[in-house]
Design a protein. Structure first.
Lengths: 275, 291
C-alpha cells in the first residue's frame, strides 16, 4: 500500500500540489482526472521522485520515499515504473535496448555502461515486448515506430522493471483513439493479470470511467473528488473541471476537437522512416 | 464605421512603432560600425600594419617561392622528378607518422572529452561547482597552444613523436570537451527522464539517454578536430616533436629550396585528401543526426 500524507509541491509562490493525502491499495487501478495544471503530473512525478516534494510524506510500507537518496532511491524508482505522454524513449536506440533500460537499476555499473546484458535479461525483454504484441519490432530503432507502438515499448520497459506499481502520466493524450484504447487495454490487463498497481493520469473522462474502479479528481493542486465512477455525476464533474465544461466528456467542445485533430495529425505523420 | 476607425488606429499605431524600431536599429548599426572602425584602426597600429612594407616585401616572398620551383625538363623528366623527390619514401614515412600522431591524439582527446563533458553541462550536472571546475580545466587545456605544450613535453620526455602526440591530445581534449558540453545542453530531456525514472544511475543515464542522441555530433566534431590535428602535427616537428615538420624545418634552415616545395606539396595533398574524406563522413553523419 502507498500512503501519501499531506504532500506539497511549490514552484515559487504557486502550489502545484497542495496538501494531498491519499491511500492507494496494492493492486488497484486508479485514475486521476483534472484540468491541465491541476497537479496530476506533479503528483505522479513526486511518487517516482522525478520531482522532489516541498513537504509531506510518501510511505511505501514503512519506507518514506520522499527522503530516499542514491541507491535506495534508484531501487524505489525501479519498483514504480513510469509511463509518459511523449513516451520518453531513447529514439536512436533500438526497441529491445529501450526495454532493457528497465533493467539498469538491477545491473552493476561497468557491464551496463558497455551496454552488456545477460541472455536472461534479453529473454525477459522479449517476453515483455511479446506481452504488448510487438516482439517482432525488437531490433528496429525506436524512432521508426508509430506513436502507439512507441507507447507500447514504454509499457514493455515498465514491465521489464518488474515493478510493484506503474505510474502513467497522460499515456494516451498523444495517441489516436485506436492506439489509445489498445494502450489502456494493455494497462488494465497488466493490472488484472500481474496485480501491479496502476495509477493513471487522464484528462479523458470516458477512459477514466471505463478503465478505473476508483477515480480521483484534482483541482488547483487539491483532491476534490475520490470515489467510484458511478459517483462521478454532473455536479462532481463541475467541481473538478469548473462550470464551462460538459459533464459527458470533461472537456469543452473546442478543446476536445483540437485534441482530436492533433492526435489524428500525429497518427498520420510518416513515422515509418525505415520502411 | 467603428471597425474602419479601429483598423486605421491599429495601422497608425503599428506604423509609429515600426518607425521608431527602425530608427533604433539604424542607430545601433551606426554605433556598432563606429566601434568596429576604431578597433580596426587600433589593431592595425598595434600590429604595425604598413601597406608600403607589404608592397616592398611582396617581391621578396615571390622570389622565395620562385626559388623552390624545381627544374623539370621534358627530355629528362624522370631523372628530374627523382632528384626533386629524392627523399620521397622517407618523407612518406614521416607523413604517415604525422597522421598517426594526429589520429592517436584525436582518439585520446575524444576519450577525455567524453568523460569530462557530461560534468560540464548545466542541464546534466546539478553541481555548479563541478561544472565550473571541469569547464576551467577544459579552458586551461585549450588555452595553451599545442606548440607550447610540445616544447614542454620535448623537454620532459625527449625528442620524438610521443611528446607531440601528447601536446595535441591535451589541446584537443580542451577544445572537444567544450564543444561536446555544448551539444549536451541541447539534448532531449524526455529521454533522460525516461531512463532516470527506471532507476538508472547518473552514468547509466549519460550512456543510455544522452550519448545516443549526441554521438553523431561528437564524431563529427572529432573528425573536424582530426583535420586540424593533421595540420598541427605537421609543424610540431619544428620543435622536435616528431612527424614531417622536422624535415621541413631542416630544408628551410639549410636553404634547400626545391626540397621545401617537395615536402610542402606532399603535406598539402595529404591534408586535402583527409579533409575530403572527413567532409564526406561528416555530411553522412549529420544526415544521420537529423533523423
Amino acid at each position: 500500500m502507498l500512503q501519501i500524507v499531506d504532500l506539497n509541491k511549490r514552484f515559487g509562490t504557486t502550489a502545484a500540489v497542495d496538501g494531498v493525502s491519499i491511500d492507494i491499495a496494492e493492486g488497484a487501478m486508479v485514475g486521476i482526472i483534472g484540468r491541465s495544471g491541476a497537479g496530476k503530473s506533479t503528483l505522479l512525478r513526486m511518487i517516482n521522485r522525478l520531482a522532489d516534494p516541498s513537504s509531506g510524506r510518501i510511505l511505501a510500507g514503512d519506507v518514506d520515499v520522499a527522503s530516499l537518496k542514491g541507491a535506495a532511491l534508484r531501487k524505489w524508482r525501479a519498483q514504480c515504473a513510469m509511463i509518459f505522454q511523449q513516451f520518453n524513449l531513447v529514439k536512436r536506440l533500438d526497441v529491445v535496448t529501450n526495454v532493457l533500460v528497465g533493467r539498469l537499476a538491477y545491473r552493476s555499473l561497468v557491464p551496463s555502461l558497455l551496454m552488456q546484458f545477460t541472455a536472461a535479461e534479453r529473454a525477459l525483454a522479449i517476453r515483455c515486448l511479446e506481452r504488448v504484441d510487438i516482439a517482432e519490432l525488437a531490433l528496429q530503432r525506436a524512432d521508426t515506430l508509430s506513436g502507439g507502438q512507441q507507447q507500447r515499448v514504454a509499457i514493455a520497459r515498465a514491465l521489464s522493471q518488474q515493478p510493484r506499481m506503474i505510474l502513467a502520466d497522460e499515456p494516451i493524450a498523444s495517441l489516436d483513439p485506436r492506439s489509445a484504447r489498445m494502450v489502456m487495454d494493455t494497462l488494465a490487463r497488466i493490472n488484472r493479470a500481474d496485480g501491479i498497481t496502476v495509477v493513471v493520469n487522464l484528462h479523458d473522462l470516458d477512459a477514466a470511467r471505463t478503465y478505473c474502479k476508483r477515480i480521483v479528481g484534482m483541482r488547483g493542486g487539491k483532491i476534490v473528488f475520490d470515489g467510484t465512477p458511478d459517483l462521478l455525476d454532473a455536479a462532481a464533474v463541475r467541481t473538478i473541471y469548473g462550470d464551462d465544461v460538459s459533464a459527458e466528456t470533461g472537456a469543452d467542445a473546442g478543446f476536445s476537437r483540437l485534441v482530436a485533430t492533433e492526435a489524428a495529425a500525429r497518427a498520420d505523420a510518416p513515422r515509418q522512416l525505415a520502411n | 464605421m467603428s471597425v474602419a476607425a479601429t483598423a486605421i488606429d491599429a495601422v497608425e499605431r503599428f506604423e509609429t512603432a515600426w518607425q521608431s524600431q527602425r530608427r533604433e536599429k539604424r542607430r545601433q548599426l551606426w554605433l556598432g560600425g563606429l566601434v568596429l572602425l576604431v578597433c580596426t584602426a587600433l589593431a592595425s597600429y598595434m600590429a604595425e600594419i604598413n601597406p608600403r612594407n607589404l608592397f616592398e616585401g611582396l617581391p621578396g616572398a615571390w622570389n622565395y617561392i620562385w626559388r623552390t620551383v624545381p627544374v623539370l625538363r621534358i627530355e629528362t623528366f624522370r631523372a628530374d622528378m627523382a632528384e626533386w623527390y629524392w627523399g620521397f619514401w622517407h618523407w612518406l614515412k614521416l607523413l604517415f607518422e604525422t597522421i598517426l600522431i594526429a589520429g592517436l591524439a584525436t582518439l585520446l582527446a575524444f576519450g577525455a572529452a567524453y568523460v569530462g563533458c557530461f560534468y560540464a553541462s548545466a542541464n546534466l550536472n546539478g553541481s555548479r561547482k563541478g561544472i565550473w571546475v571541469v569547464r576551467r580545466v577544459f579552458e586551461i587545456f585549450r588555452a595553451v597552444p599545442e606548440l607550447v605544450y610540445a616544447l614542454i613535453f620535448v623537454f620532459a620526455f625527449g625528442l620524438g613523436a610521443f611528446p607531440g602526440m601528447l601536446a595535441i591530445a591535451i589541446h584537443s581534449a580542451g577544445a572537444l570537451g567544450k564543444l561536446f558540453a555544448e551539444v549536451n545542453e541541447n539534448v532531449d530531456t524526455r529521454s533522460v527522464e525516461g531512463v532516470q525514472s527506471a532507476g538508472a544511475s547518473w552514468w547509466q543515464t549519460m550512456v543510455f539517454a544522452v550519448s545516443p542522441q549526441v554521438m553523431p555530433n561528437y564524431v563529427s566534431y572529432a573528425l573536424l578536430r582530426f583535420e586540424i590535428n593533421v595540420r598541427s602535427a605537421a609543424v610540431l616537428g619544428f620543435v622536435g616533436a616528431g612527424g614531417i615538420g622536422e624535415e621541413l624545418l631542416l630544408a628551410v634552415r639549410q636553404f634547400i629550396y626545391p626540397e621545401i616545395s617537395a615536402i610542402l606539396l606532399m603535406i598539402i595533398a595529404t591534408v586535402a585528401l583527409i579533409d575530403m574524406v572527413c567532409e564526406r563522413l561528416r555530411t553522412n553523419l549529420m544526415g544521420e543526426g537529423r533523423q
